[in-house]
Write a protein that binds this ligand. Structure first.
Ligand SMILES: [Zn+2]
Length: 329
């Protein structure tokens, strides 16, 4: 009897020990299974704003939640047949006026429209240079859509319509047109750009959201353009936020205010405007030859084609001046 009891106890203890061992062996698996999905990076980390590795453009939203129409222009089918038939006269006229047209597109006389050719080509959907039949064909199609004489020749009237639309893409201009001057942002909304982001390491501040967008844009530019990727001084910021007092002091010092190159109420007071180093000479000199050199750089070409993806628009008189459209003024 005692012997049976002894073996019964041994059997029970063995069963208990075996069960305990089995549980110990199995527990980590029960524990590990539910937690394994967390091994993947959390989504919010991958999409963190300002991550320099993220080149994906973010949708631009203006205050109030409505998407900015200026930041998402309707795609225009490109005219890629640069030797389009039937535009010989227009092609010859454009080739001649490109460097000889005497006109006043921005309140001061200029000769030729070569400085604006990249922007015009983007506007009319031409993948061809301004002296090609394909450019004339694209311009003719653009003029026809706007009920302008469809000559295929660039003239002051067509440019005026284009430039009017470009100006309206700038929230600063829309507000200024009402006679108002935007309030400067509070210091809390301004962030100092990193030393490597500032041309010559200058101390420059920008509205934080605009700086985030700028960083995404430059990361994309460096990955998409070999020239920009190879020279990190390109697209560095020459000027950002300027206090109204600074602007007034500049005007007074140079006795040069309220005209095409200097303004009493500058877009730079918003903290949403930047002047960029495009690498074409003196970064922000408004000398006509310097402006032309700036527009012939790979950096400007990339910006004209791509900055809109990130909500940035250009003031075409100053190839270096870009404004972010994603925030209220
Ligand atoms: Zn500027």
């Amino acid at each position: 009897m005692l012997r049976r009891l002894f073996f019964g106890l041994v059997w029970l203890v063995g069963l208990g020990l075996g069960g305990a061992i089995a549980l110990i062996l199995l527990l980590p698996h029960f524990h590990a299974a539910p937690s394994s999905p967390s091994a993947a990076p959390p989504t919010d980390h991958v999409q963190a704003a300002g991550d320099p590795m993220i080149a994906t453009p973010q949708p631009v939203v203006v205050a109030g939640g409505a998407p900015s129409a200026a930041a998402t222009p309707a795609p225009v089918p490109l005219v890629t047949d640069c030797s389009a038939k039937g535009y010989d006269a227009a092609t010859a006229a454009n080739a001649a006026s490109l460097r000889t047209l005497a006109w006043t597109p921005f309140h001061r006389p200029e000769i030729g429209w070569e400085t604006y050719a990249p922007r015009i080509a983007e506007e009319i959907g031409a993948a061809c240079g301004p002296e090609t039949p394909g450019f004339a064909a694209a311009l003719s199609r653009w003029q026809q859509k706007r009920r302008l004489p469809a000559t295929g020749m660039l003239d002051e009237a067509s440019f005026k319509v284009m430039n009017g639309a470009w100006e309206l893409q700038r929230p600063f201009v829309r507000l200024s047109a009402t006679g108002a001057c935007p309030q400067a942002p509070s210091g809390a909304n301004l962030t100092r750009v990193d030393g490597a982001e500032a041309f010559g390491g200058k101390a420059i501040k920008l509205r934080s959201e605009a700086l985030d967008s700028y960083r995404r844009m430059v990361a994309a530019a460096r990955s998409e353009s070999p020239t920009i990727g190879a020279d990190h001084s390109l697209l560095t910021i020459v000027s950002g936020y300027r206090t109204p007092e600074d602007d007034n002091a500049r005007c007074a010092k140079d006795n040069d205010c309220g005209n095409v190159t200097r303004a009493f109420c500058s877009a730079h007071r918003t903290g949403l405007a930047i002047d960029l180093n495009l690498g074409g000479g003196s970064p922000i000199s408004s000398d006509d030859q310097n402006r032309l050199r700036q527009t012939k750089t790979p950096a400007y070409a990339w910006m004209v084609a791509n900055a809109g993806r990130f909500g940035w628009v250009n003031y075409p008189f100053e190839p270096w001046h870009w404004e972010w459209t994603g925030a209220a003024q």
